[in-house]
Design a protein around this ligand. Structure first.
Ligand code: ATP
Ligand code: MG
Length: 251
């Protein structure tokens, strides 16, 4: 289970983020980037962050630690910014937090070097989860002490927006032409050989168990949160074996 903390202070919005994530302080004295359950993109974005973030971590990628953050809408009362106030008001209860990497720089494909090996691993992972939000325009990668960190997995697994068509959607190729790391000659084949065998049913059960139940309730067609967890696991298991053959435009 993800660690649970309680937000004690709203510090500031992170204006670069489209969903207006906020920086908060919590009762464990940690500083977290908060992704709001009341943000326009909805709670599926948060589910995607947990599934992809926790899967990536278990595959050996650097991902800031994820926690759940309990928000009391009262926190918003003193907020001068109307938009922030609305977000806090509509996000009572369980939200997503991640360790704030103080001093990290946004990844710039023209300023940083990445090996073909590392680029291959990241492109392969993004193909697996169908991440459409790691382009050179918006890399969603951070650099800290010369190391690359993966953030922002909200725009992945497009199939979870239409479960009846999930199987067909998950069979589609991945277009890496615009990928932030496309210019580093990503070695997707070697990455697939190393990583695909690790993506087992067991691992995916462990990963999906991390999704808080409250974000899985009332999904049409699913009686229980665990049914929905299995639906998240299935397309990933199916894609892991062969997605490297369907990565377009990576070179
Ligand atoms: N864990 C972190 N540590 C430090 N900075 C972070 C962290 N997470 C996010 N940021 C900063 O905040 C910005 C917005 O975060 P993120 O990309 O997750 O939000 P978003 O609303 O999903 O953005 P997008 O506009 O890409 O959809 C990042 O580009 C980065 O500059
Ligand atoms: Mg982003």
């Amino acid at each position: 289970m993800l660690k649970e903390v309680i937000a004690t202070r709203y510090i500031t919005p992170l204006r670069e983020g489209g969903s207006l994530p906020g920086l908060v302080e919590a009762d464990d004295f940690g500083t977290y980037v908060l992704k709001f359950t009341g943000a326009g993109q909805g709670r599926k974005t948060l589910v995607a962050e947990v599934v992809c973030g926790e899967l990536a971590r278990r595959l050996g990628f650097r991902v800031p630690r994820l926690v759940t953050v309990d928000v009391d809408p009262v926190l918003g009362l003193g907020e001068p910014d109307q938009q922030v106030q609305e977000l806090l008001k509509s996000s009572g209860g369980t939200n997503l937090g991640m360790d704030f990497l103080s001093g990290a720089l946004g990844f710039d494909p023209l300023a940083f070097e990445v090996s073909a090996e590392e680029a291959g691993r990241i492109v392969w992972f993004d193909a697996l989860v169908n991440n459409v939000d790691r382009s050179w325009r918006n890399p969603n990668l951070l650099r800290l002490h010369g190391e690359t960190w993966l953030i922002d997995h909200g725009a992945t697994m497009i199939w979870h927006h239409n479960w009846p068509a999930a199987e067909a959607s998950a069979a589609r190729p991945y277009d890496a032409a615009d990928h932030a790391l496309a210019r580093f000659a990503p070695d997707v084949r070697s990455a697939a050989a190393a990583l695909a065998p690790l993506v087992t049913g067991e691992l995916l059960a462990e990963v999906t168990a991390e999704i808080p139940d409250v974000w899985l309730l009332d999904e049409p067609g699913f009686a229980t949160p665990d049914d929905l967890r299995r639906a998240y696991a299935r397309p990933l298991l199916a894609r892991a074996a062969t997605i490297h053959e369907r990565v377009k435009g990576e070179r």
